[in-house]
Ligand binder design. Structure first.
Ligand code: S3P
Length: 163
């Protein structure tokens, strides 16, 4: 089976759902953020602070390309789709699932978050404005799942039903 790529905004549950999906399908699970942290040996906030977003985006593309493209579940960082090359790479090598989540739910989940450098000011505004820019890019996915009112199990089931 081709790779399954989970895409979506920060806080949309990609890592949690990816972990459960991998268990259910008995496949290995990877997370591009974790790959970057391992290869850089420092947290994402530190990468942004020391080297900036552009450097992080290059590391993110490298991490995506370093992962297997067969029989894996890959959770991606929320901004991976900003790069056109990443979008076509994922489409070419796998099945992309956009886990949509409403801005209100995202805000609830992210309001106390301190680990994400792109949400450092007015979180509600930042979520809304970034989501607006990114939505058309996320929507290029093969499948769109509105997870706003779904449990983790329900979301996993929706994905497996679509395979
Ligand atoms: C980012 C999302 C984060 C992480 C980085 C940038 C983004 O990953 O890659 O902080 O641009 O949306 P999650 O989507 O796993 O939070």
């Amino acid at each position: 089976m081709n790779a399954i790529y989970l895409i979506g905004f920060m806080g949309s549950g990609k890592t949690t759902i990816g972990t459960e999906l991998a268990k259910k399908l008995d496949l290995p699970f990877f997370d591009t953020d974790e790959e970057i942290i391992k290869s850089e040996n420092r947290p994402i906030s530190q990468i942004f602070a020391e080297d900036g977003e552009e450097y992080f985006r290059q590391a993110e593309t490298k991490a995506l390309h370093s992962l297997p493209t067969e029989n894996v579940i890959v959770s991606t960082g929320g901004g991976i789709i900003l790069n056109e090359e990443n979008r076509s790479y994922m489409k070419k090598n796998g099945n992309t699932f956009f886990l949509y989540c409403s801005p209100d739910k995202l805000f609830e989940r992210l309001k106390d978050d301190t680990a994400r450098p792109l949400l450092s000011g007015d979180k509600r505004k930042e979520i809304e404005s970034r989501l607006e820019v990114r939505l058309p890019l996320y929507k290029e996915a093969n499948h769109i799942i509105d997870t706003s009112d779904l449990s983790i199990e329900e979301t996993v089931k929706k994905i497996t039903d679509l395979l």
